[in-house]
Design a protein around this ligand. Structure first.
Ligand code: PLP
Length: 244
């Protein structure tokens, strides 16, 4: 029989706890982000009732349309953010995992100044230097931190990565370790704290936790395989602004 959401959540909790124990970390250092992208509000609502408290979406408009149809939760944006969607994003998300351009950081600073929103911000790093992937290079991330510090408003809290998919999760360990080491050296260079490391997805989160992850982003492990026909909000005059 198919496992239920709460069985899958309990299994993920156990594996996170075991990985914390193996690496001498406290379970409270790791946030489980339930990745709800493509799932309809009924499924998401059920997940929230079963105990998912932090939700991850990768598209601003999808999340903005879905959130009002669900019980309250802490919504995180795990996908990239374009600068023209910053204002919309700040109306929902407490945490932005994947900021990948200085333009967006500057737009964030401007909107924060106007609205008083203060999301936690992580910078995405392209750890394997893949030409098709989002994210700063290790040199680029330094420029981004400099730009953010100059503007002051942006609350930088850490780094995020999405390494290439590997059938063996151990193959991702060097990528996760590299992100942690980059974080450590940036903290020293800039004299700032970057406590958050968003790394690890369904296939490799135990390894990521062992390497210091503070945010694991779990979709498939909790909800099963995503449907090819993703949930789409119905268009209405009210929701047109989600599609700018
Ligand atoms: C979809 C997505 C995930 C979840 O991936 P799973 O393998 O289903 O756990 C994690 N992070 C990001 C950025 C995603 O877009």
């Amino acid at each position: 029989m198919e496992k239920t959401f709460s069985e899958r959540l309990a299994e993920a909790e156990e594996r996170i706890e075991a990985a914390c124990a193996r690496s001498g970390r406290a379970r409270s250092e790791v946030t489980l982000v339930a990745v709800t992208k493509t799932w309809p509000p009924e499924i998401v609502s059920e997940a929230i009732r079963e105990g998912a408290a932090t939700l991850g979406e990768n598209r601003v408009q999808e999340a903005l349309a879905k959130a009002p149809l669900c019980p309250s939760a802490d919504w995180h944006l795990i996908g990239p953010l374009q600068k023209n969607k910053v204002r919309h994003a700040l109306s929902l998300f407490s945490t932005l995992h994947a900021i990948d351009s200085i333009d967006t950081l500057e737009a964030l600073a401007r909107v924060q100044e106007q609205t008083g929103a203060r999301p936690d911000v992580m910078l995405e790093v392209n750890v394997a230097a893949e030409p098709t992937k989002h994210g700063f290079t290790p040199a680029g991330v330094r420029d981004a931190i400099r730009a953010a510090l100059e503007r002051g408003e942006v609350r930088l809290c850490g780094l995020m990565c999405m390494p290439p998919w590997e059938p063996d999760p151990e193959a991702s360990r060097p990528r996760f370790r590299a992100l942690r080491e980059l974080r450590d050296s940036l903290e020293r260079e800039f004299g700032i704290g970057l406590p958050s490391l968003s790394m690890g997805t369904s296939g490799d989160y135990a390894v990521a936790v062992e390497e210091g992850s503070t945010h694991v982003r779990l979709g498939t492990a909790l909800f099963g395989r995503r449907n090819a026909a993703a949930w789409k909000p119905e268009r209405s005059p009210d929701s047109d602004s989600y599609f700018v």
